[in-house]
Structure formats: C-alpha cells, structure tokens
Design a protein around this ligand. Structure first.
Ligand code: PEP
Ligand code: MN
Length: 265
C-alpha cells in the first residue's frame, strides 16, 4: 500500500447535487449533436462535467474512429455555453498536448490505453509539470496491477488531481453485462489506495441502457464517489455505443431515483 498525496476531488470537480455525475455522448459526432446534448445536460442541473470522445480507440478497424482534433473546438464551445468543465479521452502524447492547448479541463485515460504501460507513460510524460485532473479507467482485463501501475505513472508525472474510473472487465463468459462489473477489483484498488476517489462508469459495464440504474445504485452502495454516464440527444442514432446511451431527460430520471448511502452514525 502506498500513500498518494492527492488534492480532494471536491476541490477540482464539485458535485452539484450528490452524486457527482459526468455525462455526455460516447463520441462527439457533429457540433450540433454535442452542443444540443451539452445544453440539455446543463439544464438538468445535476451534471458536474461534460464528456465526449473525439479519438475513439475501436477494438476493430472499419468503424467510426472519432472526429479527431476538430472536436476540440466543439468541446470548448460546449464549455463556454454551459459553464461546465469538459473532459476527453487521451491515448497519446499528441492527444494530451492538443487537449491541453485547446483548454480541455479534465483528461481521461481509456481502458484500451491503461493496458499498455508504454502508452500510459507517454501520456504521463506529456503531462509533466501540468496541473490538470486525470481520470484513469481500469484496463479492459481484470488486472489490478496494471490499473495501479497506470495510476502510479500519472502520479509520477506530478499530477495530484486523480480519480479512477471503474468500467468493468472484458470476459469470455456470456453475462448480462457488456463488461463484467467485478466490483471486487475496484475494492482491491480502494484497499491499495484508500485516498483515491473511484467513479463508476455503468454505461460500459452494462452495454445497454436498461441496466444502468441498477449498476449506478450498486456503485453508490459500494461508496464509489461518482458516475460517468453516456448521454446523447438521440441515443438510437449514436455513431458509437448506441444501445447504452440515454437521453439527458432519461439521465435526469436515473439520477433522481438513486439513493445515497447514509453516512454511518
Ligand atoms: C468511452 O468512454 O467511450 C470508452 C471508449 O470507454 P472504455 O475506455 O471504458 O472502453
Ligand atoms: Mn463509449
């Protein structure tokens, strides 16, 4: 166990309402789609930050690989219009440099990047001396050491605003989930780094919108400190992850039905 000297998450990403929610489309598709989604999410008054992928690491080639750097302008416009911080996935030094230059507020490292120490180190090196929050998703496979290693690499670059994102694990077993929750791995991370905030991403765990309320509640019951949920104005028409995205309105309903764990007396 190693002690991390972290800046508490509520100092760099305050929850408007409990729980803390980061939401937005899986992918930025067009400026209109991103801005319309961002405006509706802002109107809920329950979302703390807007997410959107612009560089999409697809498992297999031939599908939409993200709009690329052009999407940075849209994200910054979404930030201007809503006043909410924006976050994007970065997988290379160039992504990190471009996102920083554009004024993105928070970076996240995706599950397909966390598996590769060279890639994580490359991003970490690009962030040396930079004060920006970084969210680190678990690796696709249930390897706690890889997850810990990625966190150590980002911490080693001097980043002190860090949270982990639990997005479930790939498995050969057929289950109801796209990625098995295996919450015990996230609990293992919390045991290793007790001061590290862990956020749950029910969207990539579930793979379908129906299970999202259940997994979101499980995450809160396990004391996870927030949720990252994919939201799109027209989910069925989404270019990526259509089945698991929810409209901003549906997201509002999901949040309203969550029960927060009462602090122990
Ligand atoms: C995403 O957040 O859209 C994404 C690609 O997630 P993951 O890295 O968890 O697969
Ligand atoms: Mn996605």
């Amino acid at each position: 166990m190693k002690h991390l000297e972290l800046i508490p998450m509520n100092e760099w990403l305050p929850g408007l309402n409990q729980p803390l929610v980061i939401a937005g489309p899986c992918s930025a598709e067009t400026e209109e789609q991103l801005l319309a989604t961002a405006r509706q999410l802002k109107a809920l008054n329950k979302v703390s930050a807007i997410r959107a992928g612009i560089w999409k690491p697809r498992t297999r080639p031939g599908e939409f690989e993200g709009i690329g750097s052009e999407g940075l302008k849209w994200l910054i416009q979404a930030k201007k219009e809503t006043g909410l911080p924006v976050t994007v996935e970065v997988a290379t030094a160039r992504h990190a440099e471009e996102a920083l230059k554009a004024g993105v507020d928070i970076l996240w490292i995706g599950a397909r990047t966390t598996v590769n120490p060279f890639s994580v180190q490359e991003v970490a090196d690009a962030l040396k001396g930079v004060d920006i929050p970084v969210l680190i998703k678990n690796p696709v496979n249930p390897d706690l050491q890889l997850w810990i290693g990625a966190i150590e690499r980002i911490y080693g670059a001097g980043i002190r605003k860090i949270a982990a994102i639990h997005r479930g694990f790939s498995s050969f077993k057929k289950t109801s989930f796209r990625n098995e929750p295996m919450f015990d791995v996230a609990i293992g991370l919390k045991t290793h780094f007790p001061e590290l905030p862990v956020i749950c991403d029910p969207s990539h765990i579930c793979g379908n919108r129906e299970l999202i309320p259940f997994i979101s509640q499980r995450a809160l019951d396990l004391d996870m400190q927030g949720l990252m949920i994919e939201s799109h104005i027209t989910p069925d028409l989404a270019w990526t992850d259509a089945k698991q995205q929810v409209t901003p309105d549906a997201l509002g309903t999901i949040i309203d039905h969550l029960t927060l764990r009462k602090p122990e007396s």
